[in-house]
Design a protein around this ligand. Structure first.
Ligand code: MNH
Length: 460
């Protein structure tokens, strides 16, 4: 017999919407999990929907079964469709252009292709290193901002050979500002009744932001078509390859939507990951010491080469632990394909019911990670322990067919940059009393976190 899914008390006319922290929803989802445990549902009357949330490993694992569940394009992500449509990230799996783009692009995101992007990644990484060196040891640095410059410029340069030149701009380049505002508005729209959109007068600004992004994507495609180049980048793959299954090519629209998708999906998560990694390392001197020792032993003072990156197990463990404790994509959504029960028959869920997997909570499940689940401890991934984890216990890149296509790209970029930064600089927290605060849009990153970077070669 199934039991009702727990639900916080409802407020008439509003439902449970007040249970949510508007600025940093993950705070609410942590508290709700502490109060209600592995599963609960919220009734969001203003949008006329009930949303189920799960927090435990066991339920998340059960929901990671593509025979019974599929990705739901819910909430803010559904609004992202206003811009990116059936681009890979925001598509419904039934949309034919998702399949075409997925099959055609998979090889271009494979390990060999990504290795071939190493020198482009180095070009941008050098810009970050030079900037921090030139600013010197007394400048207060904003790692979230500089890592965003880095990851944004890297995805643009690697995927379409286009230079954003964010390091040469004091403020974020227009695409990044438009994207940030667009994503905030997507989240707001997801929690607001439709009729209110126009009344609130946000539409003009929303349209303008989308236009900034679309114009840039179209400009990049037009430029390449006008001046074809012998590049092995993702843009050429999209322009000239065809889907091995249907023989189809990507339409101009689909190319533009996926370019925008790469720019959106391909930088915030990685920059948040780099910022969290630095934050965790500075709070955990023992981990920093071990990682530095490894980097020094493998690299000495020469520039990292692509072959070096697989010889850094401790650094790899630091990255895995960063994405466990602070997954920058903190949740994902699925729907059951048919009416079913989860939790060993305990909870009934209807076909099409939105279910959110709170990866942020699931990654702290003590049944998998032990009583010290809240502690940053890279050692828990070493010596075969990562490989021995139960299936789907570590899931920062999503799952299955709809898992992250950019995983190998992000991994190479982050390990290279992290190792290089630790190789070159002694870092310290600018404000020793800093406690972690979060900034959340579609992704989560540290807020107000500042550091100093002193070149190691400058030390006595
Ligand atoms: Mn990425 C899907 C996390 C880097 C492009 N990515 C996903 C999903 C997660 C995710 C989680 C699944 C979302 C869902 O179920 O709704 N991604 C990450 C993280 C990093 C990351 C944590 C870095 C760290 N992603 C990147 C990079 C790119 C990229 C870099 C592009 C180069 N991601 C995508 C795309 C999808 C995706 C595209 C959608 C894939 C699909 O559904 O076909």
């Amino acid at each position: 017999m199934s039991v009702p899914i727990p639900q916080p008390p409802t407020i008439p006319f509003i439902g449970n919407v007040l249970a949510l922290d508007k600025d940093v929803p993950v705070h609410s989802f942590v508290l709700l999990a502490k109060t209600y445990g592995e599963i609960y549902q919220l009734n969001i009357l203003v949008i006329g929907a009930t949303v189920v949330s799960v927090n435990s490993y066991a339920l998340a694992n059960e929901l990671s079964d593509e025979k019974r569940f599929k990705k739901e394009v819910a909430g803010g992500l559904r609004e992202v469709r206003n811009l990116a449509g059936d681009g890979l990230f925001s598509a419904y799996i039934e949309e034919p252009d998702w399949g075409v783009a997925h099959r055609l692009l998979m090889p271009a995101f494979g390990p060999m292709a990504i290795k071939g992007m190493m020198e482009e990644m180095r070009d941008i990484c050098d810009q970050l290193i030079l900037k921090w060196e030139r600013f010197g040891p007394h400048a207060v640095l904003d790692p979230a901002a500089d890592f965003t410059r880095l990851t944004f410029d890297t995805i643009a340069y690697c995927s379409m050979s286009y230079r954003m030149n964010s390091f040469y701009s004091e403020t974020p380049v227009p695409f990044v500002t438009a994207m940030g505002d667009f994503l905030v508005e997507c989240d707001l729209r997801a929690s607001r009744p439709r009729v209110l959109q126009a009344v609130l007068g946000k539409n003009t600004k929303y349209q303008q932001d989308m236009k900034v992004m679309k114009d840039l994507a179209n400009e990049i495609v037009a430029e390449r078509q006008a001046h074809p180049a012998e590049k092995k980048d993702l843009l050429n793959t999209m322009l000239y390859s065809s889907d091995p299954q249907t023989g189809k090519k990507m339409s101009a629209d689909s190319i533009s939507r996926n370019l925008i998708t790469f720019l959106i999906a391909g930088h915030e998560t990685s920059s948040g990951m780099l910022t969290f990694a630095i934050y965790h390392l500075l709070r955990t001197p023992e981990a920093l010491r071990k990682m530095r020792a490894e980097v020094d032993a493998v690299l000495g003072d020469r520039p990292a080469q692509v072959e070096d990156l697989s010889k850094l197990p401790y650094t790899t463990a630091v990255m895995r632990e960063t994405l466990r404790l602070t997954p920058t994509a903190g949740k994902r959504a699925v729907v059951p394909l048919e009416d079913t029960t989860i939790g060993g028959g305990k909870y009934f869920v209807k076909a099409g019911q939105t279910i959110i997997i709170h990866v942020w909570n699931m990654h702290r499940d003590p049944l998998v990670w032990g009583e010290d689940a809240e502690v940053f401890r890279p050692e828990r991934h070493l010596d075969g322990k990562f490989e021995a984890l139960p299936p789907n216990a570590w899931q920062p890149f999503g799952f299955g067919l709809r898992g992250c296509i950019g995983r190998a790209f992000a991994w190479q970029e982050v390990i290279f940059v992290l190792a290089t930064v630790i190789q070159k600089f002694d870092l310290s927290v600018a404000d020793p009393s800093y406690t972690l605060q979060l900034k959340q849009t579609l992704t989560i990153k540290p807020k107000g976190f500042h550091i100093y970077a002193r070149r190691r070669t400058d030390n006595p």
